[in-house]
Design a protein around this ligand. Sequence first.
Ligand SMILES: Cc1cc2nc3c(=O)[nH]c(=O)nc-3n(C[C@H](O)[C@H](O)[C@H](O)COP(=O)(O)O)c2cc1C
Length: 231
Amino acid sequence: MSEHALFQDVIRKRRSVRKFEAGRSISRDVLQRIVDCGRWAPSGANVQCWDFIVVDDPAVRDRVMAVFLRQAQRLVDHAKGFPAVKKTYLANTIAIIFVLGDPRWKACFPQATTEEWDAEYRANNEAIFLCSLGAAIQNIQLGVAAESLTSAWLSGGGEDKTNRELAEVLGYPTWMKAYGTIPIGTAAIAGLSDNCCIGTAISHANTGSTRKSISTKARSAPSPCIATTKP
Ligand SMILES: Cc1cc2nc3c(=O)[nH]c(=O)nc-3n(C[C@H](O)[C@H](O)[C@H](O)COP(=O)(O)O)c2cc1C
């Protein structure tokens, strides 16, 4: 396979799987390679505003699962309507990687020198921070896929209560936050459907009329993914 075909294959293999085969294991070398993918992620001002925690001890994993079972129950109780997934599948993970955000690095992003611009730059600092963490999470998921393993992306650790409970189990300070929780395992299901993007369009034109027609299309039909408009 050519390099680009291999890359496309990994991109397509990175799917959210929430059902893992029991009794699997992997070496720490593999886990190290996966975490290194996160280290190579781009970040605002190259500050690498993350810390990674890797859990492969079954006893700690079970305590983490208990945290997420409570988190899922809170969703059922207080965020009704959102399709909460039972997190018992975490019992079959080989490892769980946490991507923690360290907010101190925001000080390295653009800072307003007058009060008038403070809100503007503060808001964008938050965006830069979160996007950087998303890049690290995505890189780790791609690293997992490249090892022919599978993973999911859990955002519940970003909820205050869940984060406090995770901090207690994993021993990190509560001013850091587990924005990404990535359970890793061997998929116990095969043949996920094609993940064609809903409402995503790429436009190569910049006329108002083109943008409008693409976004209308994207809203109404799940099928078109890429709209290429010739100049
Ligand atoms: C920011 C973000 C937060 C997500 N949070 C969760 C989550 O809490 N639980 C979960 O099961 N999946 C979560 N997902 C996974 C999405 O549901 C999943 O990526 C999407 O449905 C597309 O499926 P795919 O990953 O198989 O392509 C999250 C994804 C992103 C990017």
